[in-house]
Design a protein. Sequence first.
Length: 98
Amino acid sequence: MLSSAGASIISAATTGEARQLITGAEVSAAIVDVQLGAEDASQICHLLHRCRIPFLFYTGHRNASLLKEWPNVPVLSKPTSPQALVCAITDMLDASVT
């Protein structure tokens, strides 16, 4: 759905892959799934924050501690409409420019 809106997509299956992409590729924004199995999404959120990359949570689970730690990060619940996801990313990118 994001590709059809004109976005170039890169994805990571592990936090290690995510770290490599965040530090080694041109990343404008990120979508973070709260539920990463045994891996901790918090370290990815901290790296995104340090690199000044806006991100949102797209999840079917509510990780209370992670959401409490990042109260200003938008949260989209799975499933969501393609339009809602595109709008959330667009709003996030617009806000990061100002």
